[in-house]
Design a binder for this molecule. Structure first.
Ligand code: HEC
Length: 133
């Protein structure tokens, strides 16, 4: 019986822990996306790689016009790939807000609506290949 109570308590503990993980803030999810999709080029802490991959830290483009930044993530540019096929539209918002508010950047958040509008607009540009092409 004692063991049963212990197991029960352990289970309660585990479920409390997992709900804490579910309540992950923006930055934890953003950091995970950054590691998986951006860090290979833009490097740890958004430092970039000289003359090849621009730093995202303290970068006027990242801190500047929200719409241009949103379109860059959706459409890509030169050596910068598009992420429209790899990330969900909510994840795109998360990563934009992550890079705008990490490593000392403090540019404020874009809204999910802003991302949705741009996403829908690109999806509607029906060139026969679908979004991102
Ligand atoms: C395969 C390498 C690669 C990956 C992966 C990559 N980028 Fe880039 N990124 C680039 C290159 C190269 C440029 C510069 C493009 C140019 O010359 O116009 C760039 C440019 C940018 C810029 C514009 C910087 C500026 O000063 O104009 C931003 C913002 C950016 N990337 C964000 C991201 C984010 C966020 C991710 C992850 C979701 C990501 N990148 C993943 C290669 C990459």
């Amino acid at each position: 019986m004692k063991n049963y109570v212990k197991i029960l308590l352990a289970m309660v503990g585990i479920s409390a822990l997992s709900s804490a993980v579910n309540a992950q803030d923006h930055s934890a999810e953003g950091a995970a996306i950054y590691t998986d999709f951006c860090e290979a080029c833009h490097q740890v802490n958004g430092e970039g790689y000289e003359d090849v991959y621009p730093p995202l830290k303290d970068n006027v483009f990242v801190l500047g016009d929200r719409e241009e930044l949103i379109y860059l993530l959706l459409e890509g540019r030169a050596g910068m790939p598009t992420f429209i096929g790899d990330l969900e539209v909510e994840e795109l918002t998360t990563i934009v807000n992550y890079i705008r508010n990490s490593w000392g950047n403090a540019a404020g958040d874009i809204t999910q609506d802003e991302m949705n509008t741009a996403y829908d607009e690109i999806a509607e540009e029906d060139d026969g290949f679908g979004p991102g092409n």
